[in-house]
Ligand binder design. Structure first.
Ligand code: NIG
Ligand code: FE
Length: 391
């Protein structure tokens, strides 16, 4: 994943102190593992999720199957606000217990880093509850958990647009920063949510707190949010089905990553494809994530989304694989640490018993790595593999 996704035949990879110490050199080691010809890939990175939530929205799914749109449901007080009510009723303990199996499921398919956003709290206490939940998951699971403050997800019913933005910027953000509960901020720029002016204000304040910047843009309409977010230094712009070529150009010159979310496209039955040809033409790095959430992407599988990135968005298998490794790391601003097998990077990797990495974009379902390593420690392994190793 060092720029392209073609496999290299290396005799060995050495780990020391949780990091990759050498590649291709053989020598003495305290412990050796014979991979038996298995394929070694970087741990996958799910760089955009809303994996902490309560309740489900299967009734809204049924309503959409009957013809209602995502926007109509949102404008009627459902959608994100349905989950906000469920989260308000849940304790931090219940949120942790609800999210844990989702994360464990991702880890078992080779995801060693996950980003999780708040945004179902929408008041100070509940946003902090969500972010503490995210930090607690990171402290107790063998995964790297990145936390994003998404107070600007939608406007709750008890606020005007202006008074809610004041709350987000003047009260929530300083409290989040004071407790070091987030690594980045995010905002949903859309006609049913926030404006570009809101994003400018939020980003200025967040930069002052040393937070990285992300944005949901051009998901349902083209508002120019992607171009502006990129200019302001957003490490990624996410969704982007409605992004135009000017937006692509702005992202290219600012070096912002395009995070594509084929799960939401699929689940909402969208028909407008993200501008993959333009992204390629202007060499915008493309990441792929699950967007795991109860409303637009109840898909607890990054591998399913990797598959959809190829089948629905026509990414090449190499592009899709780079999208859940190298460029996902870049979207999180962690490309010096993770996302590829390079000396000095964290020893987060998985062994796969597959003929070639492309198989992961081809087969849907039934795929699991033989072993998952996080910081050089084996955190998950298949017993069959261990039995083979032991003789
Ligand atoms: O990424 N676009 C806004 N946020 C989420 C959906 C959240 C929800 O519907 O609960 C998304 O698609
Ligand atoms: Fe999202």
């Amino acid at each position: 994943m060092n720029g392209d996704a073609s496999p290299a035949r290396q005799a060995c990879l050495a780990v020391s102190g949780g990091r990759i110490a050498a590649i291709g050199e053989t020598g003495e080691a305290r412990e050796t593992v014979d991979a038996n010809g298995a394929c070694l890939l970087p741990g996958f990175i799910d760089c955009h999720t809303h994996a902490v939530y309560a309740g489900d929205r299967s009734d809204e799914h049924a309503a959409r199957l009957g013809g209602a749109s995502y926007e109509e449901i949102a404008r009627g007080g459902g959608g994100i606000l349905t989950t906000v009510r469920a989260v308000a009723d849940a304790s931090e303990r219940q949120l942790i217990d609800g999210a844990r199996p989702r994360l464990a499921t991702l880890l078992a398919e080779g995801v060693t880093t996950i980003e999780i956003k708040s945004g179902y709290g929408l008041d100070l206490a509940n946003e902090l509850k969500m972010l503490r939940t995210i930090r607690e998951l990171g402290a107790t699971l063998p995964m790297n958990v990145v936390s994003t403050f998404l107070g600007a997800h939608t406007i709750p019913g008890n606020h005007s647009h202006e008074s809610y933005m004041d709350l987000v910027v003047d009260e929530m953000l300083p409290a989040v920063a004071a407790e070091d509960l987030a690594d980045a901020v995010d905002i949903f720029v859309e006609n049913i949510a926030f404006t570009i002016a809101d994003m400018e204000r939020l980003f200025a304040a967040a930069t002052g707190h040393g937070l990285k910047l992300r944005a949901h843009t051009e998901q349902l309409s083209n508002m120019g949010g992607g171009a502006r977010a990129a200019e302001l230094g957003a490490s990624s712009c996410d969704h982007l089905e409605h992004l135009d070529e000017d937006g692509v150009r702005a992202m290219a010159s600012a070096g912002s990553v395009a995070v594509l979310l084929p799960g939401a496209f699929y689940f909402l039955g969208e028909t407008r494809l993200p501008p993959v040809a333009e992204l390629r033409k202007h060499q915008v790095p493309i990441a792929v994530a699950s967007d795991l959430n109860p409303g637009s992407s109840p898909i607890n599988s990054l591998l399913a989304c990797l598959h959809m990135a190829a089948t629905l968005f026509r990414l090449t298998p190499g592009e899709a694989l780079l999208g859940v490794t190298r460029y996902a790391a870049q979207a999180l601003g962690l490309d010096n640490e993770i996302g590829s097998l390079e000396v000095g990077k964290r020893a987060d990797f998985c062994l796969w018993e597959i003929s070639a990495p492309e198989l992961l974009c081809y087969q849907l379902g039934g795929l699991r790595p033989l072993a998952v390593y996080k910081d050089g420690q084996r955190v998950i392994h298949e017993q069959i593999f261990m039995d083979n190793l032991n003789g």
